[in-house]
Design a protein around this ligand. Structure first.
Ligand SMILES: [Zn+2]
Length: 423
């Protein structure tokens, strides 16, 4: 703990000059986090350096701050700052999300304009001291049987970090809530990212443990989240869903999926995890239930279905329908309500309330899809490629009512009913 004089460099016209500000550094509970506090009175570039290596940075700024006036430079990269939707303001301070650096560094620069007030910077070192053997464990997941996907225990990825100590509670899960971490999409090491999130949730934000039940890296690696001690990983009550965590299991895709889709490998792991959990709880893929945060919350839902937040990223959210269909396909060999039964192919959503429907023909090969109205008139016909897994149909210009979807090919045809309502 100590006080250091740091130069504040201000670009003014063509001249660069410095003026000193006091930055107060202190250890935050463990020797993994140093908290730097400074009072910002002028636009400028603030250099943070205190003989401490760190690979992630988080902030708290006064609640009125416009984060567009902030950026962080470290390891040759520049990062925009965004409010972290997973935390409340504490003592008037706005929580800013974790920034993951490309590697460890001893200094960073905080560039601030249009803000005067207190800034708290949390310099975090989540690095592994050595490469553990479990890191390279790989096991093939079997699709179609809804078995539990292979995942990495907290006790493995948490190596060298303090254990959580608290009284767990458990919940009967009805909803799988999908999140994104809103961190960098190009982190070098996702073990260190998960460790940084753990340190951030516990030692920066004061939670008892990491908030999510599971975390999924862009390469598909599945990490167990919150430590259930002797209980079940998927049923330990987390902290991730609008302060109303009962009945939920939180899954976080590592990265930011506002403008890009989550990587295919991450989606594949997510689908296998959801298929296993729905099968275990006998929950239907397309079903909804009443929840304290939403009276019509899907068994598969996004964070924003519970409260106002960008999470799980617009692009992830746009994919939720396709994720449901993919779960349907992945779970073809196991008992999830709505998958097995008399219907030979799946239609989602049905009733079609969103201006489009997805049709998954299943494993049989069909050559065409026809949409037939209640008078027997064909209103759509789509020629299908062999092996097509998913067909998307717009229902925007259709009259409300009952329609028949007919799949034909190789001398056979199957039909199912779909109800179209105005979007
Ligand atoms: Zn979220």
């Amino acid at each position: 703990m100590g006080k250091y004089l740091i130069y504040l460099s201000v670009f003014f016209g063509h001249y660069l000059y410095g003026q000193s500000v006091t930055i107060h550094y202190e250890w935050q509970r463990t020797d993994r986090i140093k908290k730097a506090t400074l009072q910002v009175d002028a636009d400028g570039t603030y250099l943070l350096s205190d003989n401490f290596l760190f690979n992630a940075v988080a902030f708290s700024v006064e609640g009125h701050a416009d984060l567009n006036g902030f950026s962080l430079e470290a390891t040759g990269d520049q990062f925009a700052l965004e409010e972290d939707p997973h935390f409340e303001h504490v003592d008037g301070m706005k929580p800013v999300g974790l920034v993951h650096l490309a590697g460890a560094t001893g200094q960073c620069e905080l560039i601030i304009s249009g803000y005067q007030g207190r800034v708290e910077v949390f310099l975090i070192n989540s690095q592994l001291k050595q490469t553990p053997a479990w890191r390279y464990e790989q096991k093939e997941d079997v699709t179609g049987d809804c078995s539990e996907p292979v995942s990495i225990d907290q006790t493995a990825w948490r190596t060298g970090l303090p254990a959580p100590v608290y009284t767990r509670s458990f919940t009967t899960v009805k909803h799988i809530i999908v999140h994104h971490s809103a961190g960098a999409n190009s982190a070098a090491d996702y073990y260190e990212v998960v460790r940084a999130i753990y340190l951030y949730h516990t030692d920066v934000r004061g939670w008892s443990d990491i908030g999510y039940n599971y975390l999924i890296a862009p390469d598909g690696t599945l990490f167990k989240g919150r430590d259930p001690d002797i209980g079940e990983q998927d049923n330990v009550r987390g902290a991730h869903f609008c302060g109303k965590n009962s009945g939920t299991m939180g899954v976080c895709l590592l990265g930011t999926y506002t403008n890009v889709d989550p990587p295919q490998k991450a989606l594949e792991s997510l689908v296998l995890l959801i298929a296993w959990k729905l099968s275990k709880e006998t929950l239907s893929i397309y079903g909804t239930e009443t929840h304290a945060a939403n009276p019509d919350l899907g068994h598969i839902a996004g964070h924003r279905d519970g409260c106002a937040t960008e999470c799980p990223g617009q692009r992830t959210y746009n994919l939720l329908d396709k994720i449901r269909i993919a779960v349907d396909t992945a779970a073809s060999g196991c008992d999830i309500p709505g998958v097995t039964g008399p219907q030979l192919f799946s239609i989602y959503p049905n009733p079609a309330t969103k201006g489009r429907i997805f049709v998954s023909p299943g494993t049989e090969a069909y050559q065409s899809l026809e949409l037939i109205d209640a008078r027997g008139q064909m209103v759509r016909r789509i020629v299908m490629e062999p092996d097509v897994e998913l067909v998307e149909l717009s229902t925007v210009d259709l009259l409300a009512g009952l329609y028949i979807i007919k799949l034909s090919g190789l001398g056979k045809a199957i039909t199912a009913k779909v109800v179209v309502t105005p979007p």
